[in-house]
Design a binder for this molecule. Sequence first.
Ligand code: BES
Ligand code: ZN
Length: 614
Amino acid sequence: MNFHTLFCFLMVASAGAQASTEPDPHSYAEPDKVTVNALALDLAVDFDKRELAGSAELSLDWHDAAAHTLVLDTRDLSIESIHAIAADGSSSPAPFTLDARHPIYGSALRIELKQAAPKVSIRYHSAPGASGLQWMTPQQTASGKHPFMFSQSQAIHARSWVPLQDTPSVRFSYRAHITAPKGLRVVMSADNEIKAALDGDFSFHMPQRIPSYLLAIAVGELAVAETGPRSAVYAEPGILKKAAREFEDTEQMIAAAEKLYGPYRWERYDILVLPASFPFGGMENPRLTFATPTVIAGDKSLVGLIAHELAHSWSGNLVTNANAQHMWLNEGFTTYVENRIVESLYGKDVATMQLVVDDQELLTEMKDLKAEDQLLVTQLRGGDPDEALSGVPYDKGRWFLRFLESRYGRETFDAFLRAYFDHFAFSSITTQDFLDFYSANLEKQHPGKVSAAEINAWLHEAGVPDNAPQAHSQRFDAVDRAAADFLAGTLSAKRLPAKDWVTSEWVRFINALPEKPEAAQIAALDKAWKLSDSGNSEIAFRWFVATVRAGYTQARPQIAAFIQHIGRRKLVQPIYEELAKTAEGKAWAIEQYTKAKPGYHPITQGSIEKVLGL
Ligand code: BES
Ligand code: ZN
């Protein structure tokens, strides 16, 4: 560290919580020299060309007086021209170079500017195959009448539709002016206007500073229904009513989270229900969570996913991991908070069953992970962040926080977490920042409750430590007995006490089936409980995997319908993986994939092609 960066570091540190200085292995940007503090987009949505075209104006804070090059992240962007904008508003062309394309990180854009240039304006358009956008034909939507487009910027896809410093260590506010075909609605991770005129001209403002991965846009035939005083749901008209009913507890969820962790600081919390090709379950875009329609089970049994995305309004969006190596700060905290919200709304039984399932599935998943992939704080080794997702940052992270809760007591730990969110609000931090705050604000006041070695084991060793608190569900004891009796042949499928089982109980039961179930048993279960026709995506995908393991091919038509319709990677990838284990299954899977591919998002396409060796 030279004197200058040391000075900057001290300034930043004394200002409270601010940008981390740890380099982000996924970005070419140089935030130690200059940071973008505001973005103004002016873009036209062109469905014929499948591109966003227009300009991005970046406002800059220079930290290094000698620096004059602005390095931005891009992927497959066509840069038309770049102008520096002086303090008096005059503009002059700025020379730039675009590096060769790296397959994962894209191309660094290097712009030569005068020292301390306040703003730069970039004219550009995105590529039709932009990795962060999915362009859909009318046939790929629920109504079949209008085209649809949505973004998915996390982890590093914002750079495929906006040239920027694509690292969560940099935060900026943004404005956007977007034009689109008349009659369609444009929504963004910003101040959406419920009553916006659908005249093809939309303006947005996001005054809170956010990291680039939370930049989001969607365009389509979208209707809107209010679900509370500060919440609404946007969806294609055909599913709006059902969606609004499913999400009717949104305000209660926000209130429950506020009671635990302090005020909701983003004003509105709306939900956008996307077409079924959305590659994730949910994405915590600020003010407007993006959600898969597969969360709509009809009985609110999967709305823990909404609790999860809402929880990110504190863990992730307010306090952000400085780079993906510290992703557990986002996802582990959020999975913990999600469970607390579920507990306050739906009770301890429901929350505990979720914990037990997640703990068990994490342990199962970890059996197949290399030791280095079981660490909470990861060392990124140049891989593709899209392929690196596992349950470790989520459930091991959540388990670690539950461990701390169990040692310090819930009341003390809740107060600590609330202080943590307040202290680091609107900043991007590393695990070390968390640890420093933990030492000063929890450990010091309650010495001897947790040792340094224990913390180290959770953060930096493989597996789950032996001191992990074990969740226990009595309702699962009954499920386990039923499963054992069924598998022993002493209880028939018909007589399983499953009439009132909720999602977690079915998941527990399916997970209790042996590695290779007998086809006759699977057939009996299917006959008695119609599991292949389940409208519950969490039950269905696990069930389909079990049918493939058992060689029960009668479920093939339903599997085909499921993987043709749904593009959520977590739901379809395990089915493809299981099918790919036999030559016949793999051939059938490839046949299905070929049909499904045009409807899949680029992220899902990438993962499934890897599974099928295409
Ligand atoms: N932020 C994640 C999704 C994500 C993570 C996208 C990393 C790209 C890179 C989101 O909050 C999430 O975790 N979604 C889960 C929801 C589930 C855990 C309830 C999903 O999509 O399955
Ligand atoms: Zn998440």
